[in-house]
Design a protein around this ligand. Structure first.
Ligand code: PGA
Length: 256
């Protein structure tokens, strides 16, 4: 039986300014969320201060969606890790495929951002995953091995890996539970090589890509799937809390 607690993280992407973010967080705080599941929400930068105030002392963690690798300076449009830490942000998504595909993020820049984030005390949710063309060319495992290789040297205790096949993000197409398990199992073996068996066994690997209440339990029940990074279904309280409850049911089953 795994000792890894489920982590359900909401990636709000470029949705929910201060008013909407505040309303959603207030509704989430009114839910009786199960204590067996760790929950994190990642609003856009501008909504972090208001949500941080609401979430202080709550069970819901707060994450950002990106962070720069330098701590200050002439980097127009970027946000530094100490600025996030000052707000009480404890988590940060790094290397999301949208950043890689649209904003020039590379394995190297993602690794540098992750290193800096950890140095400033943040826990990194590091995203990786293959494109449809790569899967069709049977390069999935090679691609995710390359993407994961830059995690060497990071602190595994402050790291979560999110496997997000690009073809499943926002498309309504989910990887099958078997496809997710195969990638997660492979990643855990890779992580054991980068760190050690204990660290790899304790490290949480989330699945991301069109996870919804209807498919969450099946995917989360795979032995190496330790939670989800949820985009679309994290934007409203009902689907997000339904996924959290699905994880809690599985956690209760595992511990009995
Ligand atoms: P999705 O997004 O759940 O809307 O597919 C997941 C993600 O990009 O993290």
């Amino acid at each position: 039986m795994s000792t890894r607690r489920f982590l359900i993280a909401g990636n709000w992407k470029m949705n929910h300014g201060v008013a909407d973010a505040t309303a959603l967080v207030e509704r989430l705080l009114q839910q009786d969320l199960p204590s067996a599941v760790d929950v994190v929400v990642c609003p856009p930068f501008v909504s972090l201060p208001a949500t941080a105030m609401l979430l202080t002392g709550s069970r819901i963690g707060l994450g950002a969606q990106n962070v720069h690798s330098e701590t200050q300076g002439a980097f127009t449009g970027e946000v530094a890790a100490p600025m996030l830490a000052e707000l009480g942000v404890e988590w940060v998504i790094i290397g999301h495929s949208e950043r890689r595909a649209m904003f020039g993020e590379s394995d190297a820049t993602a690794a540098a951002r992750a290193r800096r984030a950890q140095e400033e005390g943040l826990t990194v949710i590091f995203c990786l995953g293959e494109t449809l063309a790569e899967r069709e060319a049977e390069q999935t495992l090679d691609v995710i091995r390359r993407q994961a290789s830059v995690l060497a040297g990071l602190d595994p205790a402050r790291l979560v890996v999110a496997y997000e096949p690009v073809w499943a993000i926002g498309t309504g197409i989910t990887a099958t539970p078997e496809q997710a398990q195969e990638a997660h199992r492979f990643l855990r073996t890779e992580l054991a090589g980068l760190f050690d068996d204990n660290a790899a066994g304790a490290l949480r690997i989330l699945y991301g890509g069109s996870l919804k209440p209807a498919n969450a339990a099946e995917t989360l029940s795979q032995p190496d799937v330790d939670g989800g990074l949820i985009g679309g279904a994290s934007l409203d309280v009902e689907p997000f809390s339904a996924i959290i409850r699905a994880a809690a049911v599985l956690a209760a089953g595992e511990s009995s």
